[in-house]
Design a protein around this ligand. Structure first.
Ligand SMILES: N[C@@H](CCC(=O)N[C@@H](CS)C(=O)NCC(=O)O)C(=O)O
Length: 271
């Protein structure tokens, strides 16, 4: 099927999964203040890979004995809650995750998952790996790479209204290249950069979960078993109690009821 682009693009119904929430403009569609709990961190999120990175970090900090707590409120992106006025105030880009940090004299907003991770890890001086530049390189590698896996491969393999060979081939190629980058690195290193760090958490949420068979039903298609070093590392991260808790927070979808914790307000919320 070929397409001749018109001179000027106009929006139209595309029919893909989640297509109904896409608009070519930004900003709020309705008035809706965000709820606020009692803890110094107010997270507004959903348990997609971008959301899970941050809840894993919070749970790891708590597991490591850092004395704080957080509220995690659900943003249902399929219902357009990311376009409520309160959410747009904390993230003008209308994407989860977003954080209000109330630990200082003035509320501080943080958006973009890596910015949130870096901000929180620096506040607690934890999970920053070493050397710091290597952690930053891998953290930002994840931010630059995952859109090809999610928005590219995952979209065309799992969500587009029809299967088109060209984009699936293009993004499968790139996703496998990225897995090979990780496999080569993890063949020589236990963790991404020194000790277990925010780089591992961020990369695991996407590529770890991919090789564990949790993303797009694509493990066999992408032959993920070829990446033995990534698998070894992904299983090691997955076995951490804080990671299991982090995966549960803000999860309101999926078949496994035991993993669902749509909102989290206390350490006692986990069954
Ligand atoms: N670069 C952003 C990406 C966040 C993102 O894409 N979030 C998705 C869910 S995984 C979202 O909120 N989508 C809602 C929308 O596109 O309207 C980050 O890492 O925080």
């Amino acid at each position: 099927m070929t397409y001749t682009p018109p001179t000027v693009w106009e929006p139209k119904e595309s029919g893909g999964k989640f297509a109904s929430i896409n608009r070519p403009v930004s900003g709020a569609t309705h008035d809706k203040p965000l709820p606020q709990g009692e803890h110094p961190y107010q997270l507004h999120s959903l348990a997609t890979p971008n959301g899970v990175k941050v809840t894993v970090l919070f749970e790891e900090l708590i597991e490591a004995g850092h004395d704080f707590d957080y509220d995690a409120w659900l943003i249902d992106i399929s219902e357009g809650e990311q376009f409520g006025s309160g959410f747009v105030e904390v993230n003008p880009n209308s994407k989860i995750p977003a954080l209000w940090d109330l630990t200082g004299p003035e509320p501080v907003r943080v958006f973009e998952s890596a910015a949130i991770m870096l901000h929180v890890a620096e506040r607690h001086d934890a999970f920053l790996g070493s050397p710091r530049t290597e952690v930053l390189s891998w953290l930002f590698w994840q931010m630059g790479s995952a859109p090809f896996l999610g928005g590219g491969f995952g979209h065309f393999y799992a969500y587009a209204p029809e299967k088109y060979e060209y984009p699936i081939d293009r993004y499968a190629m790139e996703s496998k290249r990225q897995l090979h980058v990780l496999d080569t690195h993890l063949g020589r290193h236990e963790w991404m950069a020194g000790d277990y760090s925010i780089a591992d958490m961020a990369i695991w949420a996407w590529y770890g979960q991919l090789v564990l068979g949790r993303l797009y039903g694509a493990a066999e298609f992408l032959s993920v078993d070829e990446y033995a070093n990534v698998k070894r590392w992904a299983e090691a991260v997955d076995a951490r109690p804080a990671v299991r808790r982090g995966r549960m927070v803000n999860r309101a979808f999926g078949d496994d009821e035991s993993l669902k914790l749509p909102e989290r307000h206390s350490r006692d919320d986990f069954r």
